[in-house]
Design a protein around this ligand. Sequence first.
Ligand code: SAH
Length: 259
Amino acid sequence: MRRCFYNRKKLDQHFLKDKNIAEKIVKNLSFQNYNTVVEIGPGLGILTNYLLNVCSRVFLIEIDEELIFFLKKNFSISNHQIIHKDFLKWNPEEIKLKNFALIGNFPYSISSQILFHILKYNQYIPECIGMFQKEVAERIISHEGKKTYGILSVLVQTFYDVKYLFTVKKHVFFPVPNVQSGVIILKRKEKKIEICNKDLLFKCVKMAFNQRRKILKNSLEFFIKKIPDFYNLPFLNKRAEQLSVREFLQLTNEIEIRK
Ligand code: SAH
């Protein structure tokens, strides 16, 4: 019994009780350019219920086997649509999914990792609606010059237009979490992004923000010291938090072409 409770806590299980909020989240799906929706961590299925009403092709990815049994018993959805897996280990190519939206009240302790996983497969994911811990949602939508601006803001906004939808209070969950929640929507930028090297962008942004008080000339020393005319790179006298998403892209592209 004790072990069971411990595992539940570890899996970040805070179930939404308010059906109106569940409906409001699902209603934000646009179905523009996709007809398949994948839900991360369906839990007891409060979102799933509405999802099945509006979408004919739904897949559920849930890590907890007990909940998998519950979902199979309570929803008319075929076995191959309920995937018992850790989302962070899921590759959409396994089931030949090439174009789908993601939705979920995400397990908060792995929300950054979920976002990185989405960015890894962004070519397949035109839209994502997710509930995050409010502070994380605020970081994702933040802009340069703000305290909350960081790695997640730059990397997510390189590939997606982001919008904060609404705040969700703690008491609508059981068990009640310690934090407020925020629902956001990501819509993939359809204009082609001129990015030379995605890995380099990720590395630069992480390195720059890991020493956010230093100017880029110092925080990015590892990358730029090998470049002969590195002093011609733009923005070297600025700090990470002063650079816009577009400027980060510009800087990384300049590093890439000089390498
Ligand atoms: N969507 C439900 C449950 C939210 S709680 C609701 O709104 O009520 C988070 C859910 O994510 C739980 O069902 C938990 O078991 C599941 N989960 C946690 N980590 C996961 C992971 N790595 N991959 C898939 N599901 C996960």
